[in-house]
Design a protein around this ligand. Structure first.
Ligand SMILES: C[S@@+](CC[C@H](N)C(=O)[O-])C[C@H]1O[C@@H](n2cnc3c(N)ncnc32)[C@H](O)[C@@H]1O
Length: 336
């Protein structure tokens, strides 16, 4: 698909093959340049805003959105200090995405279980009809905090006796693009006895971390305002993406580059096929390492992806030209 920027220059895709086209840039600038009503569905894993969103921040965003400044996003940083994750996309972004969607088309949008309220509101304020939610359940909800007993003993300066050992996996990836291989590095660590004060707290983690992520189901109403009512499975259990599903490469400084929020291809195949008709086109304005495009190719539909960060584009290329997909060389692809 050929699109033009504000100055009328054709925007070149950062990657394209027979089925998928990926643009590098801010979706707020790229979306207005895509033809209206050209996508059959939107399936996306957009920024969740996984940061401290208190009452003041929530009120500030809602005040701005409701007073007409609906592209407002509060300052800050989100998941793993990523600036792009500082808040959910504002209504103006969803409105720009909805313009590209055919009337009656569905939006399936992942959200964080603790910020799904804001994501849903933002979609609503963009004029989308909220049909409900389904869930990706993954069953590993490791709390993101220390065991309280260890924290107590660190505070007390209690070292304890060595009472055993455990194996810890510190494996590193080998220097290949689609990182199927790792160098196994299992190290042995001492397990030490706890103080009397710490013992009752062994295994107690203060942060509860749900092992599921909601997927909001929204629909662009047709011209007459009508929407559909379709049955959707309430959840799907799929394990988190394995290492072999997470592309990685080494940049010029020798630093490993990977994406830290990769969704499993199986999850994206499920969602893409749920709402994209055979021969249709799915749009993902926040495509990251390109999982939605890989899933779309695997289920036989066309896809358009947009990704803000240039360093993620080689991950898209690695994924889309991987032997695991179609053999890569079967398709022409090009990188800027
Ligand atoms: C949650 S990640 C998507 C990960 C993807 N599902 C995967 O499996 O690789 C969201 C992505 O959106 C990108 N992003 C954030 N804001 C954006 C924007 N305004 N325009 C385009 N991409 C954006 C980020 O760089 C990030 O890669």
């Amino acid at each position: 698909m050929s699109v033009a920027d504000e100055a009328g220059q054709a925007l070149s895709p950062a990657f394209s093959d027979a089925y998928a086209t990926v643009y590098q840039g801010d979706c707020e600038s790229v979306l207005p340049q895509l033809p209206a009503e050209s996508a059959d569905s939107i399936v996306t894993d957009s920024p969740y805003g996984l940061t401290m969103i208190d009452e003041a921040k929530t009120r500030a965003a809602l005040d701005q959105w409701l007073s007409g400044n609906d592209s407002f996003v509060p300052d800050g940083a989100g998941f793993m200090s990523n600036e792009w994750d500082r808040f959910v996309p504002p209504p103006a972004t969803w409105r720009a995405a909805a313009r590209v969607l055919k009337p009656g088309g569905y939006v399936l949008c992942f959200a964080g279980s603790r910020t799904v309220d804001l994501m849903m509101l933002s979609l609503r304020l963009a004029g989308l009809h909220i049909a409900g939610t389904t869930e990706w359940v993954y069953g590993t909800g490791m709390p993101k905090a220390s065991d309280v007993s260890r924290t107590i003993d660190r505070h007390l300066g209690h070292e304890g006796e060595v009472v055993g050992s455990r194996l810890v996996d510190t494996s590193i990836r080998n220097q290949n693009l689609h990182s199927g291989s790792r160098t196994a590095m299992m190290v042995t660590q001492d397990v030490r006895s706890l103080s009397a004060l710490a013992q009752p707290w062994e295994g107690w983690y203060p942060n509860l971390k749900p092992a599921h992520e909601p997927v909001i189901i929204a629909q662009k109403p047709r011209e007459d305002g009508s929407v559909d009512s379709r049955k959707v499975p309430p959840f799907r259990y799929i394990a988190k993406a394995s290492t072999s599903e997470r592309p990685a490469y080494f940049d010029e400084e020798g630093n490993e580059v990977s994406h830290n929020t990769v969704k499993p291809v199986a999850v994206m195949k499920w969602l893409v096929s749920l709402v994209t008709p055979v021969g249709g086109t799915v749009l993902d304005p926040f495509v990251g390492s390109g999982t939605t495009c890989e899933a779309a190719t695997l289920v036989g539909v066309d896809s358009i992806g947009i990704e803000l960060d240039a360093k993620h584009i080689p991950l898209v290329v690695a994924r889309m030209t991987s032997k695991d997909l179609w053999g890569g060389s079967l398709f022409d692809w090009n990188m800027q």
